[in-house]
Design a protein around this ligand. Structure first.
Ligand code: SF4
Length: 372
């Protein structure tokens, strides 16, 4: 469920998110009704293509879901629960939040609606880094957010951080993850900053006003943070995601392992198991009842990225089936063999699995496949 409203537009953000927009209760009423209508239609398509589809996870992403009123979550969760006849006994219900808007009142309301996992968009605790990212920063809100989560009874929560930001040092990255670990998070996401076209950050870098850390420095930041997390019993189950006591984000695992999902809300993407859909990046069209369009651009490349991002064994034949023709498949096999010899993949009987060294070179390995 995409709730695309934010207080300000962050300098690096290229998501469809609307900032500085007055969103009142009657607007939320209209948006919620539209989500429920979207749910009914997409569910019919899903069950046609994947008759055994079982509800496993519900995810409210943003935007900044912590700014939405409680009835949005209550009504959408109740709607999802009503419509699925097959459900897992335990459903992961996640919501994304920014520290500023995650008040004790919001958390109490979320607990009572059945939300059981919260992902907090911290990005960093370093004021300079946050300034370059164009984030709002209230030091007290950042420092207290995990205590508030614990106090409200949440045990499964994630801290989202970014590395590779102009002005960011190795020490600053370590301080960030160390704070989250000390606060008892069960999950850490550590994303390397991507400079997206059309963003304010890209303009600033191109104009020379800001400079990205060198590749070597970015690698040092990531590796130091990975070592720090692993020493504290966090397992790297995906290239950018770490969990303690194995509490992965089920929602993301559903994407990465090619299982079906509904995509409700403006600009959301869905997959019925056979067909991919997306809603246009237009709130006006969405509110007017526009149906999602079929996405024909999805390619085997996405499947390859998903195989190489997870610390899960896969059969090499899965990669070969993504290439058409005997010659292309033979080239893909050579790339896989070379990656195994370099130690980027580890062979276990019939399967291979990406290694920690391999995660350093995922982009290079993908580039070798793209050249085929
Ligand atoms: S809070 Fe998230 S969605 Fe909103 S502008 Fe910032 S990065 Fe984009």
């Amino acid at each position: 469920m995409h709730l695309p409203f934010c207080d300000v537009k962050c300098a690096y953000c290229d998501f469809y998110s609307l900032a500085h927009r007055h969103v009142d209760e009657s607007f939320w009423r209209q948006y919620t009704d539209r989500l429920l209508d979207d749910l009914a239609r997409q569910h019919t398509e899903l069950i046609t293509d994947s008759p055994g589809a079982t509800l496993a996870s519900v995810f409210f992403g943003g935007g900044t879901p912590s700014k939405a009123p409680a009835f949005v979550f209550e009504e959408v969760i109740a709607g999802v629960r009503r419509i699925f006849t097959r459900q897992r006994p335990e459903i992961e219900v996640s919501a994304e939040a920014n520290p500023e808007s995650l008040s004790a009142a919001v958390l109490a309301a979320w607990r009572s609606t059945g939300i059981n996992r919260v992902s907090v968009g911290m990005q960093s605790l370093d004021e300079t880094v946050l300034k370059y990212l164009g984030r709002l920063y209230n030091p007290a809100a950042y420092r207290e957010v995990f205590a508030r989560l614990r106090h409200a009874g949440f045990t499964n929560f994630n801290a989202d951080f970014i590395t590779g930001v102009p002005g960011q040092s190795v020490r600053s990255t370590i301080t960030d993850v160390d704070f989250a670990v000390g606060e008892g998070v069960s999950h850490v996401s550590l994303y390397q900053l991507t400079i997206e076209p059309g963003t304010l950050l890209k303009q600033r870098i191109e104009s020379g006003a800001l400079q990205r850390p060198s590749d070597t420095r970015q690698l040092r930041q990531m590796e130091a943070a990975v070592r720090h997390l692993e020493k504290r019993d966090f397992h790297r189950y995906e290239i950018s995601n770490f969990t303690k006591g194995y509490a992965p984000c089920l929602h993301n695992l559903i994407y990465w392992t090619g299982r079906p999902y509904l995509g409700l809300g403006v600009s959301a993407h869905g997959f019925t198991g056979r067909r991919r859909f997306f809603h246009a990046r237009s709130l006006e069209k969405y509110l007017a009842g526009a149906r999602p369009e079929e996405d024909t651009a999805a390619s085997p490349r996405d499947q390859l990225i998903n195989l190489l991002r997870l610390r899960r064994p896969f059969h090499p034949a899965k990669v070969l089936t993504l290439f058409a023709g005997a010659e292309a498949r033979a080239s893909a096999e050579r790339v896989l063999t070379a990656a195994t010899e370099r130690g980027w993949l580890q062979k276990n009987k019939k399967t291979v699995v990406p290694t920690a060294a391999g995660f350093r070179f995922t982009d290079s390995l993908l580039a070798e496949f793209w050249r085929i």
